[in-house]
Ligand binder design. Sequence first.
Ligand code: IMP
Ligand code: MG
Length: 179
Amino acid sequence: MPHRPYVIDRMISAKRIAARVEALAHEITAAFAGTDKLVVVGLLRGSFIFIADLVREIDLPVEVDFIEASSYGDTMTSSREVRILKDLRSGIEGRDVLVVEDIVDTGHTLFHVLNMLKARKPKRLEVCALLDKPSRREVPVKAKWTGFEIPDEFVVGYGIDFAQRNRNLPHIGKVRFTA
Ligand code: IMP
Ligand code: MG
């Protein structure tokens, strides 16, 4: 079904994203200094560009793994039910784990994923989210590292989609309906 027509207004430039990603990676490198291996867990699919840029700036031994959790489907409304569609390939017991998420919105996805991972007894479990919409929160979760706090707008780009489109935009923009 076709969507209402919309335009994308630029919100965060590729340059600002790159600078912020670099700064986050430096903080993460310092926070996990001395780790034998940091397991960086990306939440598919929205974090795929962020995690690719982030890990290249992290100066530590790193393993990359992914979880796919369903949340939004193809609509703009959040579902409170979270399903795991793809789980980690590796065990994380006793490991240093960094979960990388695109956006923390209501918080349901992260809440569910963190509870699941905590049960596996990692040595340390932290979260780095590119974007945070604190005004939308329904469950109490907070990323240790956040790229940008944004208002309650629907955003796309840099890996983030609207109905599986616009992930390939190099910047982050907000969706504005024109009809
Ligand atoms: P939560 O469970 O409500 O926190 O939803 C988190 C997930 O919803 C994010 O990982 C995104 O995949 C998706 N999401 C939330 N806000 C937006 C948005 O503005 N644009 C695109 N996807 C979003
Ligand atoms: Mg997501």
